[in-house]
Design a protein around this ligand. Structure first.
Ligand code: C2O
Ligand code: CU
Length: 475
């Protein structure tokens, strides 16, 4: 395919996605562009109305929109774009889940200096894995993501599964004053040391619930769901249609019916295949039992069914290749999390001195520890939590000794979940973010990848900012 054919094929694919109208390919259709995807992401102020009646809210977004444009590539392609910072503060871009070279990981002071106001930074790397990913700043993240700086990054399989169309849904929420539309201040200690910041306006693709889609009886859709909220956890069910989970965090899983509510913690993604097996005029829903609301409402069009019976094509995704685990020779580590306002108090040291939980909160605004250390996101130096040798298999036993659930995210690697509380998952799961319930013990394994310091943190961004983060050093 030459470039024009590629763009046309891409536009045809993307045009039906629910973000299709939002300048998905606007920049890539630019004849100046030499690659798929836009050539620039400009972070800046965006006005958006979050309630039909209320005043407009000042959000932060990319290229004038919240969420930012959907970046769409094919596996093996190169992403090459420049971040332009027009925000009032410094920023960076992190490519959540993508196995990027270390220098492209977007972690301030660890992989790059923060991009100052007015500055630019060029991110360029090959996309080794297909999947549903997303991008967001990694600097003052709880505020920057909490104001709307995020977007979907889709890397298509070499041979995508056959569906009638695809819908990308970026879930988020905002905490705003309903009358004035003003965003509530960030970093309140109650949010940091509690459940994080849960917004009062839940959004799909930047619009308050529910997102509307018209489907035709017989349609098979692929839904790519991304939780970009800083703290909100979704518990999702599909009603009025038949659904299967085909990927967690973008990585293939044996297709299985999505029966129980699917927990989607911050940072996590799930891909579903949904067969609309109802009748013309019916309705179907993607519901969230936490927000007690429909997240997406599907209206079956009046046309006769597209087909009788199920579409029947295979829905298993091709797997990405990760270095094979060598569990017999693995190095294992224990990681324990403590802290938060309920449950046992955090045990911790700061600057080499033992410190009480109350003191930790009052003096430093920190509330969580990882193996007794409380780190700060904007710290200029991170003492690595663990040091590992490239190519060696690592087994981590994670113990959640807190009264809260946490989505733990590792940069630059996918890991296999070996056990949730002594039980292997029903289907092999490769993830970049794993959910731990209060008092869970979760065992994960991966092969240490490219040398460098890689972040490992809770993706409830208030928790990360209040100590629940650290780095692994690969040598
Ligand atoms: Cu989605 Cu360290 O981030
Ligand atoms: Cu957490």
């Amino acid at each position: 395919m030459n470039k024009r054919e590629f763009l046309r094929a891409g536009a045809a694919l993307a045009g039906s996605a629910c973000l299709g109208n939002h300048a998905l390919w606007a920049a890539s259709a630019d004849p100046q562009s030499s690659a798929a995807g836009p050539v620039e992401l400009s972070a800046g102020l965006v006005e958006q109305r979050l309630a039909a009646s209320g005043a407009a809210t000042q959000l932060w977004g990319f290229n004038g929109q919240v969420p930012g444009p959907v970046l769409r590539y094919r596996k093996g392609q190169r992403l090459d774009l420049s971040l332009h910072n027009t925000l009032p503060i410094s920023t960076t871009l992190h490519w959540h889940g993508v196995r990027v070279p270390h220098a492209m990981d977007g972690v301030p002071h660890v992989t790059q200096p923060p991009v100052p106001q007015g500055g630019r930074f060029r991110y360029h790397f090959d996309l080794p894995d297909s999947g549903t990913f997303w991008y967001h700043p990694h600097h003052s993240s709880l505020e920057q993501v909490g104001r709307g700086l995020y977007g979907a990054l889709i890397v298509e399989e070499e041979r995508p599964v056959e569906v009638d169309r695809e819908v990308v849904c970026v879930l988020g929420d905002f905490l705003v004053n309903a009358a004035t539309g003003i965003i509530a201040p960030f970093g309140q200690i109650g949010e940091l040391a509690g459940d994080g910041r849960w917004g009062n306006v839940v959004t799909v693709n930047g619009k308050p619930l529910a997102w509307n889609e018209v489907v035709r009886a017989g349609d098979r859709l692929r839904l790519r769901l991304i939780n970009a909220a800083t703290a909100r956890v979704f518990a999702l069910t599909v009603a009025g249609a038949e659904s299967w989970v085909i990927a967690y965090d973008g990585q293939a899983v044996t297709p299985h019916p999505a029966r129980k509510p699917l927990r989607l913690g911050p940072g996590m993604r799930v891909d579903l295949i949904v067969d609309f097996n109802g009748q013309p005029g019916d309705r179907a829903y993607l519901r969230d039992s936490r927000a007690k609301a429909a997240v997406v409402e599907f209206a079956y069009a009046g046309e006769p069914p597209l087909r009788t019976g199920a579409r029947g094509a295979p829905m298993a995704l091709a797997r990405n290749q990760f270095s094979p685990l060598n569990l017999k020779k693995a190095v294992s580590h224990h990681i324990q999390f403590t802290g938060g306002d309920s449950g046992p108090p955090a045990i911790g040291w700061i600057d080499g001195k033992e410190i009480s939980y109350a003191e930790m909160k009052r003096r430093y605004g920190l509330a969580w520890t990882v193996n007794s250390h409380a780190a700060h996101e904007d710290a200029h130096e991170h003492v690595p939590l663990l040091t590992m040798k490239r190519g060696e298999t690592q087994v981590l036993v994670l113990t959640n000794a807190t009264g809260f659930g946490h989505p733990m995210h590792l940069h630059g690697h996918f890991f296999k979940v070996l056990k949730y509380n002594d039980e292997a998952p029903a289907h092999e799961e490769w993830r970049d973010t794993v959910w731990m319930n209060s008092w869970d013990e979760v065992e994960i394994a991966f092969v240490a990848g490219e040398p460098g310091d890689w972040m490992f943190h809770c993706h409830i961004l208030e928790h990360a900012a209040a100590g629940m983060m650290g780095t692994f050093r690969v040598e």
